[in-house]
Design a protein. Structure first.
Length: 487
């Protein structure tokens, strides 16, 4: 059994893993603003440019469950450091890329590093802090980093691209990654699942990793080439077959990669469903708002990044409030309220005009969105880990990360399809309109924001119906410095 760390050591450990998580979340968003510069410098074709993001997302979303289980079996600190080393080295190679092929290849490696790093970091948090107030405070800080990372990525990406070059959006990870890697052996304690075996579910790992990677790829491809083409239908069927096969394998496996019994925890299941739906709206929200500010309002990359400051600060400020409320009144009411506020913000975005003004049109929605995301991310993270034993900490961490990444991929694919379709309808119905005109683009964005608000509302319903009012927490007792758990 792992002995409890001193309070100071636990908070130092939290600072380190939150810094690493912030790097991962930041990287998801920071690339968007730099895409035009990358396209010009590396002579990317328009069709292949989206692979700078997609290549990373496929490996990141597909390998998270595998990364979480490897952390449980092989050691959480060990997998954290391996993932961090891969992520940092790939970031350096990204910045040094000399062609579109080299950048895409290095982004694939970076996505793999993130998939090993992120669930290991969250499982370290879970096993370092006891369920209850201390863990909720830690998850409040974690939620602030995760929730604000996307907005901060756009800000930092704009600043670095404008002041230096696109390469620096990757180079910035290198010194931070080296510092965290150097400190990890001294700050983080090693832990692993206390099982009577170390069997690895290879067949389950291959099926779910392949299924999720294929699903993310197919969603991205379908948004460009059509949802009902023979290729898209075939790829969706293959992805579904792999995922269904994984469920069957897990049901009969003696050492499952994902113990299906974990879904009997209603709060965990509800939090994952809400996480998938919130991420479907959140990833798309940043994507569409960045396009709106740059293509309709003609903001520079730097001005677009600065515009997100209000949203970022709101998330940071209210994440502490969210964890306090979740501790006092429970996950269900806070998460439900957060999803409803996030939906209200998306409805405000749906009213954005062609000649929008930042303080009258964008700023109020940014503040409301920041509040909704803070009230959602923190209780969602708490709920996704409630009642989980330490032996399954990595699995639960990988699961919530997977829900969010797959939700994001679904959301962006759906949003891209809807926005493109309704922009084309506007052009067909208005003589003289063009697909790149502000009026046509804004019309497509407005319709899409209504759909994204529906995702957030569905997440609120899922939270209200599935999450327990007072989940059964694990009883924890400290004896001679050791943490004993009795369900």
């Amino acid at each position: 059994m792992n002995s409890l760390q001193s309070p100071r050591a636990r908070w130092f450990a939290l600072a380190l893993i939150v810094a690493a998580q912030f790097m991962v979340v930041l990287d998801v968003a920071i690339v968007n603003v730099a895409l035009p510069s990358i396209k010009t410098d590396l002579d990317f074709s328009q069709e292949n440019l989206q692979w700078v993001i997609t290549a990373y997302s496929i490996l990141f979303g597909g390998a998270l469950l595998l990364g979480g289980r490897l952390a449980d079996l092989l050691g959480r600190r060990r997998m954290f450091m391996i993932g961090l080393a891969i992520f940092t080295a790939a970031s350096l190679l990204d910045g040094l890329a000399w062609s579109e092929g080299s950048l895409i290849a290095f982004r694939i490696v970076q996505g793999l590093g993130a998939a090993l790093l992120s669930p290991a970091a969250l499982s370290i948090l879970t096993t370092t802090f006891r369920e209850g107030r201390d863990r909720n405070v830690a998850l409040g800080i974690w939620g602030a980093a995760s929730g604000s990372g996307g907005a901060a990525g756009v800000l930092l990406g704009g600043a670095l691209t404008s002041a230096l070059s696109w390469s620096w959006i990757f180079f910035i990870n290198v010194p931070a990654g080296i510092l965290v890697f150097a400190l990890a052996p001294f700050v983080l304690r090693e832990s692993k699942a206390e099982l009577d075996h170390r069997h690895f579910d290879a067949l389950g790992a291959i099926s779910i990793t392949g299924g999720l990677m294929l699903l993310v790829y197919t969603l991205t491809r379908a948004a460009q080439h059509g949802w009902v083409t023979a290729a898209s239908i075939g790829l969706f069927a293959a992805s579904a077959a792999l995922i269904i096969g994984f469920v069957v394998i897990e049901a009969f496996s003696k050492a499952p990669l994902l113990p299906l019994g974990i879904f009997k925890l209603r709060t965990l299941a509800g939090s994952n469903i809400s996480g998938l739906l919130l991420s479907a709206s959140l990833f798309s929200q940043f994507f569409l708002l960045t396009l709106y500010m740059q293509q309709v309002l003609h903001y520079s990359a730097l001005k677009t990044g600065v515009a997100y400051i209000g949203l970022t600060l709101t998330i940071i400020v209210f994440s502490g409030v969210a964890q306090a409320l979740a501790t006092r009144i429970g996950v269900r009411p806070v998460l439900t309220a957060g999803m409803l506020v996030a939906a209200a913000a998306l409805l405000l975005y749906s009213q954005l005009p062609v000649n929008g003004h930042y303080f009258w049109d964008l700023f109020p929605a940014f503040i409301l969105s920041g509040l909704g995301l803070a009230l959602s991310f923190v209780p969602m993270s708490i709920g996704a880990l409630t009642g989980v034993t330490q032996d399954e900490a990595g699995v639960a961490s990988g699961l919530i990360n997977t829900s969010q990444q797959v939700g994001g991929a679904i959301g962006v694919a759906v949003a891209t399809t809807i926005a493109t379709t309704y922009t084309a309808h506007f052009v067909d119905a208005h003589a003289g309109a063009t697909a790149l005109g502000g009026a046509a683009l804004t019309h497509g964005f407005q319709i899409t924001f209504y759909v994204l608000a529906g995702f957030a509302l569905a997440g609120a319903v899922a939270a209200g119906l599935l999450i327990e009012r007072k989940p059964k927490a694990t009883d924890e007792v400290v004896v001679d410095g050791a943490l004993l758990e009795a369900a």
